[in-house]
Ligand binder design. Structure first.
Ligand SMILES: [Zn+2]
Length: 267
């Protein structure tokens, strides 16, 4: 039984999605985490949630029920009333203790260069939380390089490129991250060897594992395992970096077993 650092899935959704016709339940998330040895998951609403605030509450309930296993990330369209947007994101951070906010380039139709897109970045900078941006499918808004201006305007803001360009634009995501030290790459749906390439090019501290969908959890974990990374690097990209970037309040030692991870805190 090998002791390891915690494994974190940086990108998952709860609820229903009327944009992509998807749905994820609490039970599905937990089952996949146990099956694949995931200690903690960062959960956000789908961009096609009928009511983002209700889904935020549902995520908060999940986080309260399973402390240190789930963390919330806000996702709401910035195209509506600006004060209402700010109020909801602030509520998620201050009252629900969420750890970040999403800018959904395709699901919410947000150009990172637009006024509403820039408002997402400035709101996050003000609240002191990272922004996760969907990249890949959904061009031109979803091109990774469109996050470079925001990263340069807010040098202390951490911006995570979700899907790291989604294979087709992974090289561009890597170039963007090479230009801006505050850009991070979450690699769901990427090609395994591209992940190795990203780690070797931009460093071991800015790449992180994410699944996006419950059925994709074992696939993404298998991808990283297949790369045969050094143990220290593996621990960083499989959890350490997400804990650091999202400032996850996680404590206790975890021991990985065949069935998954069990908290050993206090034993
Ligand atoms: Zn997603």
């Amino acid at each position: 039984m090998a002791k390891a650092l915690k494994v974190v899935d940086a990108h998952a959704h709860l609820g229903k999605c009327c944009v992509f016709d998807l749905a994820s339940t609490e039970e599905a998330l937990l089952a996949r985490m146990d099956e694949s040895g995931i200690d903690a998951t960062i959960v956000q609403p789908y961009p096609g949630a009928k009511n983002a605030a209700e889904t935020h509450d549902r995520i908060a309930e999940l986080c309260a029920k399973y402390p240190e296993r789930f963390f919330g990330l806000a996702s709401v369209s910035p195209h509506g009333d600006r004060q209402a947007y700010h109020r909801e994101v602030e509520r998620c951070v201050r009252a629900l203790h969420f750890v970040g906010v999403k800018l959904h380039t395709i699901g919410h139709g947000v150009n990172p260069l637009s006024e509403d897109g820039q408002y997402v970045f400035s709101t996050a900078a003000e609240l002191g939380i990272p922004v996760m941006v969907h990249t890949g499918p959904g061009m031109p808004f979803a091109l990774p390089s469109l996050c470079i201006p925001a990263a340069q305007k807010h040098p202390d803001l951490k911006i995570i490129l979700a899907h790291a360009g989604f294979a087709v634009f992974s090289a561009e995501a890597q170039v963007a991250a090479s230009v801006c030290r505050n850009l991070y790459l979450e690699t769901s749906w990427c090609i395994g060897e591209d992940i190795r390439w990203m780690i070797s090019t931009i460093g071991t501290d800015r790449v992180m594992m994410g699944s996006d969908l419950p059925s994709n959890v074992p696939v993404e974990v298998a991808k990283y395992k297949a790369l045969n990374l050094d143990r220290e690097v593996y621990d960083q990209v499989m959890g350490g970096n997400a804990i650091e970037v999202f400032n996850l309040p996680m404590q206790g030692e975890y021991v990985h077993t065949a069935r998954g991870a069990q908290s050993q805190a206090g034993l």
